[in-house]
Ligand binder design. Structure first.
Ligand code: HEC
Length: 146
């Protein structure tokens, strides 16, 4: 778990320093968004454990907050042409408005989750958590290849 706490920006910096060509920049952004997606997956798993165990929901808040920061800027990690080694579907670019809406839905759901967890309200946290999960699935269904 320690590894997951390293700022992803460091990885991007390291890769950026290693090369300057367009291909590098692209590998960079695809790698970065995948890494962030994986971190979100790890956050979801950790939150599910907290909920299943009936533990205090406070620790959910910083995880939700971090995901919120990611989803708020997610579309910037999908620049046109960044398709190499990627499962992003062409609709990410051809239906940009829909993709950005899916990202903002996830951003709003994670903000709601952070607020609910911060207030210590277990029911509200559980409801917001389901919403976050649904927002991941909604985007994947339309914009990620299987
Ligand atoms: C706005 C759209 C969108 C939202 C919201 C979204 N994803 Fe993704 N996700 C994608 C796309 C597109 C890919 C494929 C990225 C690629 O391969 O370039 C992806 C890939 C992934 C991957 C695979 C990463 C890898 O290593 O290849 C995981 C895991 C993942 N998402 C988890 C999540 C979780 C968990 C959430 C919700 C908390 C979430 N995603 C929300 C669009 C989204």
């Amino acid at each position: 778990m320690k590894r997951l706490l390293l700022p992803v920006g460091l990885l991007a910096l390291a890769l950026g320093a290693a090369g300057s060509g367009g291909a590098w920049a692209q590998a960079d952004v695809v790698g970065q968004r995948k890494e962030e997606m994986k971190r979100s997956g790890a956050h979801l798993e950790a939150i599910k454990k907290i909920m299943d165990a009936g533990e205090a929901v406070g620790p959910v808040a910083p995880r939700a907050q971090e995901m919120h920061g990611y989803f708020a800027t997610l579309p910037t990690l999908f620049p046109a042409g960044s398709t190499e080694n990627s499962k992003a579907r062409p609709e990410v670019w051809s239906d940009r408005a829909g993709f950005e809406k899916a990202a903002s839905n996830a951003s709003e759901a994670t903000a709601k989750l952070a607020a609910a967890a911060g207030s210590g309200d277990r029911d509200a946290t559980a409801a917001a958590f389901r919403e976050v999960g649904a927002s991941c699935g909604a985007c994947h269904r339309n914009y990620r290849a299987r």
